[in-house]
Design a protein around this ligand. Sequence first.
Ligand code: DX5
Ligand code: ZN
Length: 223
Amino acid sequence: MPSPHPTILAPSVLAGDHACLAPAIETAANASAQWLHLDIMDGHFVPNLSFGPQTVADLRKRNKTLYFDTHLMLANPDKHIEAFIKAGSNNVTVHVEPDYDIAETLRRIRTLGAYRGIALNPGTPAEAARPFLRDVELVLVMTVWPGFGGQSFIEDTLGKIRQLDRWRAEDELAFRLEVDGGIDLQTAPRCKAAGVDTLVAGTAFFKSPDPAAFLRAIETPGD
Ligand code: DX5
Ligand code: ZN
């Protein structure tokens, strides 16, 4: 089905220079990105550590207008949502896999003034997100196992993407459908054809010789 939303590319600063992320945010803004993807990792839910709310707050000081798309890869996401929203996150996406009260956490995200997202690892079926589809603005399908940038796109996530897109149309829902991991000029059109409207790219965007052209190629309708 065609998505109800225009396509957005969200550059992931995970692929930037972590000793100095300011140039990464400038690269995204100069390429006319509207969103910036922030990957938060705790070394428990995923086998890597990234950065926390202080970094998000400092990035927010550098740029007041980018939509901060915040992906919490945490064993206890419920403990940290408020800190990220206070730091300037526009949305907060939490995974379905850890053991916590997901419905209550989504309610709190909205009450605290941010938009809500639910994320699925590559091994998690679409059905796991179904109870929450009416209560989120975004569904994130991981197209690599989360933890590291620069991995290859996992092909068999496309079936899950199509399923979520079908439910969105059948149930007249309006969540954005986002993919994250291994997105480049080859994989992006295939995801878009499957119903995706929101694409995260770390390596392919920041290593591109022309990030603005990369962004335009992905956001242009019809491919
Ligand atoms: C992986 C992260 C991704 C990552 C994508 O755990 O959630 O957002 O930055 O990076 P690339 O685009 O390099 O696969
Ligand atoms: Zn991510």
